[in-house]
Design a binder for this molecule. Structure first.
Ligand code: FAD
Ligand code: NAP
Length: 319
């Protein structure tokens, strides 16, 4: 039998953005409900070392960090609920979220923190080698390739920025792109082409990641020339797939304005086009996509929601 859950603040998603919103919302006395989704703790639960989240001198483990955030949110008074939302109704307040298990959630405000997922190539060995040489985040994992050879796959801003970032660690960075021109901004391209530690492999697709049979870590890639079909091989220690991100916004497609799939918020706030609905973290951020920026936006969303509720209360009592 389905149950009905109500709160002044609903939070959809339990990554750094959702959990930070929950901590602030709970401390403001709003007893938020956080619906955790298929990935409680979000993207950081699928990584190992996190070395850039402030407050820790040594590397911490992503799953551990997210468990701490979940415990902090629960301790502050947030209600963490397992559930995956398959439909939303934002046409009137309270907003309503419908779980795939029949649960219904109602909230005077809603913080959307559903994140974004990196796109993958979908080729053999890719998922088995994630964290073992194959990554989708140079800022997160580049440090582990100090002095080693790496490749970046993609031709957009992200790929070029990742390649340039990797030159801080690696003496030998190869950008691999399936066409003969990049999609990235000119200024980034100029920086890339001028960099002495970067090579570009044009008209090339990666069709297999190759692992060492003993250590099961990446040792190379098999390639194919997209014009001639000629096959090749490149030895490498790390491969960074940078072919775009897909924000988790399908639920909101016909309800809220999107920009390249990302939820649009009013500049400098987390307010969406629907009053009382806020967005935070990777779901609204196509540029930074870091745990700390997601957490910061989660805090902003809770404060924005708290102010919204206070204003609504004020208008009600004044009229
Ligand atoms: P996410 O962490 O993506 O969380 C989204 C949440 O929404 C999840 O809980 C999910 O279950 C939930 N959700 C989605 N759809 C639904 C639904 N329909 N119903 C209910 N719930 C739903 N950043 C760093 O700063 N440092 C790092 O070292 C680092 N390493 C990374 C390593 C990897 C492998 C990856 C993939 C990313 C890494 N990042 C790192 C990036 C960082 O993880 C993200 O920027 C951050 O997690 C974004 O937080 P978020 O809360 O916006 O979304
Ligand atoms: P993107 O612009 O969509 O570029 C994706 C790249 O990956 C393209 O070059 C594409 O090739 C390639 N690609 C896609 N699927 C592929 C596949 N299956 N195999 C091989 N290559 C594939 O994505 P992005 O670079 O992540 O950028 C996303 C958005 O964020 C953009 O609007 C970008 O401007 C923005 N962004 C901005 C900044 C910044 O302002 N500094 C930084 C990062 C991102 P084709 O070119 O052939 O299609």
């Amino acid at each position: 039998m389905s149950s009905h859950h109500t709160s002044r603040m609903l939070i959809l998603g339990s990554g750094p953005a959702g959990l930070s919103a929950a901590i602030y919302g709970a401390r403001a006395g709003l007893s938020p409900i956080i619906i955790e989704g298929m990935q409680p703790g979000g993207q950081l639960t699928i990584t190992t070392d996190v070395e850039n989240y402030p407050g820790f001198r040594s590397a911490i483990q992503g799953p551990w960090l997210m468990e701490q955030m979940r415990a902090q949110a629960a301790h502050a008074g947030a209600r963490l609920m397992a559930g995956h939302i398959e439909r939303v109704d934002l046409s009137r307040r309270p907003f309503r979220l419908f779980g795939d298990d029949g649960e219904i959630y109602e909230g005077d405000t809603l913080v959307i923190a559903t994140g974004a997922q990196a796109r993958w190539l979908g080729i053999p060995s890719e998922s088995a080698l994630q964290g073992r040489g194959v990554s989708a985040c140079a800022t997160c994992d580049g440090f582990f390739y100090r002095g080693k050879k790496v490749v970046v796959i993609g031709g957009g801003n992200t790929a070029v920025e990742e390649a340039l970032y990797l030159t801080n660690h690696s003496p030998d960075v190869t950008l691999i792109h399936r066409r003969d021109s990049l999609r990235a901004e000119k200024i980034l391209q100029e920086r890339l082409f001028a960099h002495p530690r970067v090579k570009v492999l044009w008209n090339t697709a990666v069709d297999r990641f190759v692992a060492d049979s003993t250590s099961n870590t990446l040792i190379g890639i098999d390639t194919v020339d997209t014009l001639t079909g000629m096959r090749g091989h490149l030895a490498t220690d790390g491969a960074f797939v940078a072919i775009g991100h897909t924000p988790a916004t399908t639920l909101f497609q016909d309800m809220l304005p999107l920009d390249e799939g990302y939820l649009v918020v009013e500049k400098g706030t987390t307010r969406t086009a629907v009053p009382g609905v806020f967005a935070a973290g990777d779901v609204t951020d196509k540029i930074y996509r870091q745990a700390i920026t997601a957490a910061g936006m989660g805090c902003m969303a809770a404060l924005d929601a708290e102010r919204f509720l206070a204003m609504a209360e004020f208008s009600r009592t004044a009229s």
